[in-house]
Design a protein around this ligand. Structure first.
Ligand SMILES: [Zn+2]
Length: 348
């Protein structure tokens, strides 16, 4: 089969690799229908973090089950499935608490020794605890649903999780810092899934702000830093916002979040802090803030979100603004690294 292989910073290539085989009776083999490139894939591509040369890439994919191990019961051959970006057994204490991304038998697609989503086939460990089948099988899933279903494998659920961590409820006012695919998905999740009334998006890119408005943002703040914080305070009678979603993970985005949070407010963070932000805790103490961080347990949200998509909710797929064949994956990395694409979808 063909798969995207990481070579070095700035270089991703597609090569022929051996087809995956069932290794454990709990495995399934999935033929990828669509995959995508994640903002987090860009950290190694940009040389910010190290990644072994020759490793597979990609952790977001949808596809059709081609083979299953002897103990797999929950999904069958021919099922159209959505995979969360990490696999999980669904039965350990962490999974039972809904924190599937801390599963004792879990792991991430594309990590050393595993298949990545950016390829033609993927061996999925713990298939029963991981994959969610779309009702009706492959015949019931038209291409018009692919972008939305694919978005559920990471960004749609990750953005929603940020809003959940921030305590967003029906009627809430929430601010989202970050206008990448996760931030935009947080806007959508807060607005559509959780019922927030006012959603303030911090975005200095006009095209992303426009998409944010289409996904449910009621206000856009284009200024950054102190100026951005002042703008949000001015919109909220000087009080700040009770619920803030951090979807970037840098020291400056954290400073904005803490600055615009209202006394007694909550910050829910899903931006991956690769640059090790130094979090100043005194302002958090002084403002009585609750701060929650977590790698989104996408699997927890999938059954509900898949049902919404099959009922016609295509909005999550709007974060994709470029589609390429797998063979041209390198162009997708370049487009996202140069911020010409919010998120690139790959057809295997
Ligand atoms: Zn588990």
């Amino acid at each position: 089969m063909r798969a995207a292989i990481y070579q070095e910073a700035g270089r991703v290539e597609v090569h022929e690799v051996p087809d995956p085989r069932i290794l454990e009776p709990t495995d399934a083999i999935v033929r990828v229908v669509r995959a995508c490139i994640c903002g987090s894939d860009l950290w190694a591509y940009r040389g910010v973090i190290q990644r072994p040369a020759g490793s597979r890439l990609g952790h977001e994919f949808i596809g059709v089950v081609e083979e299953r191990g002897a103990e797999v019961r929950g999904v069958g051959v021919g099922d159209f499935v959505v995979a969360p970006f990490q696999w999980s057994d669904g039965s350990c204490p962490a999974c039972r608490d809904g924190i599937h991304t801390a599963c004792v038998h879990g792991g991430t697609f594309g990590a050393a020794g595993t298949d990545g989503g950016q390829g033609e086939l993927v061996r999925v460990p713990q298939a029963d605890g991981t994959l969610v089948a779309v009702p009706g099988g492959a015949a019931a899933v038209g291409p018009e649903l692919y972008p939305a279903l694919l978005a559920l494998s990471d960004v749609a659920a990750t953005g929603l999780h940020g809003a959940v961590l921030a305590g967003v409820r029906e009627g809430s006012t929430v601010a989202v810092v970050g206008d990448g695919a996760v931030g935009l998905s947080a806007v959508l999740g807060a607005h559509t899934v959780l019922g927030a009334e006012r959603v303030i998006l911090v975005s200095s890119h006009e095209d992303r702000a426009a998409l944010g408005r289409a996904l449910g943002a009621t206000d856009v703040v284009s200024a950054r830093g102190e100026e951005g914080v002042e703008a949000v305070l001015a919109m909220t009678e000087g009080l700040g916002v009770r619920h803030v979603v951090e979807a970037v993970g840098t020291p400056s985005s954290w400073a904005m979040c803490i600055g615009m949070a209202r006394v007694g407010g909550s910050v829910g963070a899903v931006g991956v802090p690769h640059t090790a932000p130094q979090l100043a805790l005194f302002p958090v103490l002084r403002k009585h803030l609750s701060i929650a961080l977590g790698i989104a347990p996408v699997r927890r949200y999938l059954p509900d979100l898949v049902a919404r998509v099959t009922a016609g909710w295509t909005a999550p797929g709007r974060v994709f603004d470029l589609e390429l064949p797998l063979e041209e994956v390198a162009d997708g990395y370049r487009a996202m690294a140069e911020r010409r694409s919010i998120k690139t979808m790959l057809a295997a």
